[in-house]
Each structure stands twice: as structure tokens, then as C-alpha cells.
Design a protein around this ligand. Structure first.
Ligand SMILES: [Zn+2]
Length: 82
């Protein structure tokens, strides 16, 4: 499911802090993980193991780096607030 077909992703384009997520959409999952306590811990130097595990759970070990890139892109975007 891509940006063109996911209504929650379309909403997030307008407002990254939208509470809308589509189950099974990787981009939504990345946005969700970016707002998770695990991401907060990783950001604040309390350890990234939880976040890493969640990313692997969703993307798989083979696509871990892709997932990581997507999650951190959302982290940065959410910090900017737009
Ligand atoms: Zn989505």
C-alpha cells in the first residue's frame, strides 16, 4: 500500500501528527513507530534495542535499513511539526 492509496498517509501529508494509521501500511507503521515510547528512548539515549526490534518485526531483517530510514524520516518530520 503506497502513499497514493492510503488515506491515513494522505492525512499525514497534511498533518504528520494525525492519529490515523492503516494497519498493514508500512509508511503508517513507520509514522506510528516514530511516535512510540521506543523511539523516544532511542532519541534520548536510553537505548535503541526496543525500536530496532519493532522495526525488524515490521520490515524483517533484510529490509531493516529501509525501515529504519523511514522511521527516522518521520521522527525528524514530527520534531519539525510540519
Ligand atoms: Zn499509510
Amino acid at each position: 500500500m503506497g502513499m497514493n492509496t492510503c488515506p491515513a498517509c494522505a492525512a499525514a501529508e497534511q498533518d504528520p501528527r494525525t492519529g490515523l494509521f492503516t494497519h498493514g501500511c508500512r509508511e503508517c507503521t513507520a509514522r506510528n513507530l516514530a511516535q512510540s515510547p521506543a523511539a523516544h528512548r532511542a532519541l534520548t539515549g536510553q537505548g535503541a534495542d526496543d525500536l530496532r526490534a519493532l522495526i525488524v518485526e515490521t520490515w524483517g531483517q533484510a529490509d531493516y535499513l529501509d525501515g529504519r530510514t523511514r522511521v527516522w524520516a518521520w521522527v525528524e518530520r514530527l520534531q519539525k511539526g510540519k
